[in-house]
Ligand binder design. Structure first.
Ligand SMILES: Cc1cc2nc3c(=O)[nH]c(=O)nc-3n(C[C@H](O)[C@H](O)[C@H](O)COP(=O)(O)OP(=O)(O)OC[C@H]3O[C@@H](n4cnc5c(N)ncnc54)[C@H](O)[C@@H]3O)c2cc1C
Length: 248
């Protein structure tokens, strides 16, 4: 299937940590984009003369709604052509050409199992979309556990939003793991900031295999490879219970 290409306009850019920015783009009123929470688009960035070397994929970070706006949450990679362009050259009012939406990293129509979302850094983007989608559309779900990893406290993406969602969404558990900083004591016991990696959190909590939950992983290969190995080989979960979106 040939994907449709869209020309979007950059409407807002916001730095959220020293290496991460949120980008909002808008489509003309004559266009309509429909996507599922968890999907991504592929941008054609002006960074190379060869078409295929210009393409970079980014998860849609907002939930599907009736607006023509999309949000992306992107980390700047040292020496990365695409992310450096987005951070250092792209400005408000510029055009971003993208195709999509694509990808099968989506929740089933009917969520009948507990959901454990494991991510590092901007890998949180599809989960933000899924969580808001479940909440806003009042879809049925059981429990949601978001396990987010980053190096330092300043890198906790969408922190306030998830803190607020804890008070709104029943059965929502939120854990953060800081790999280069100590645990942080929080005034509320509703969620926790641990020291270490995401792995320790799910290894502890889901050590006993349960058929009534599914794991969704998103991020880079170092985290995903280890998590897949832990869940399937170490703990013994069935591979149909482990879904992932690999960023690179
Ligand atoms: C389906 C999908 C969805 C994605 N969604 C997002 C998203 O929402 N947000 C986001 O920030 N990125 C996302 N990515 C990653 C994104 O597509 C680019 O790969 C990323 O922005 C790097 O592109 P670049 O042009 O800056 O670097 P490049 O010039 O392409 O690469 C630079 C080098 O760095 C390596 N590299 C890539 N990532 C890392 C890393 N984390 N640590 C160390 N080395 C690395 C590459 O393998 C390459 O060798 C997604 C990728 C896929 C496949």
């Amino acid at each position: 299937m040939a994907w449709k290409w869209y020309d979007s306009t950059v409407t807002k850019i916001e730095a959220v940590s020293s290496t991460t920015k949120r980008f909002w783009v808008s489509l003309p009123e004559t266009e309509k984009i429909s996507f599922k929470a968890g999907q991504f688009v592929t941008m054609d960035l002006p960074i190379h003369e060869k078409r295929l070397k210009r393409w970079r994929s980014y998860s849609i970070a907002n939930a599907p709604d009736a607006t023509n706006e999309l949000e992306f949450c992107i980390v700047k990679l040292e020496g990365g052509l695409g992310s450096t362009y987005l951070f250092d050259t792209l400005k408000l009012g510029d055009t971003i050409r993208f195709k999509g939406p694509s990808g099968g990293f989506v929740l089933p129509e009917k969520v009948e199992k507990d959901l454990v979302f494991i991510c590092t850094g901007t890998g949180v983007a599809p989960f933000r979309s899924m969580i808001w989608d479940l909440y806003q559309k009042k879809k049925a779900y059981r429990n949601i556990h978001l396990i987010f990893g980053t190096r330092f406290e300043e890198g906790i993406l969408y922190r306030q939003e998830f803190e607020t969602l804890l008070t709104k969404i029943e059965g929502f558990q939120y854990d953060v793991a800081l790999s280069r900083a100590p645990a942080v004591a929080l005034p509320s016991s509703a969620w926790k900031i641990h020291a270490g990696y995401v792995h320790q959190i799910y290894l502890n909590q889901y050590e006993t295999v349960r058929p009534d939950l599914d794991f969704y992983l998103c991020g880079w290969s170092n985290m995903i490879d280890e998590a897949v190995e832990n869940l399937i080989l170490k703990l013994g979960y069935d591979k149909t219970q482990v879904h992932y979106e690999l960023y690179g």
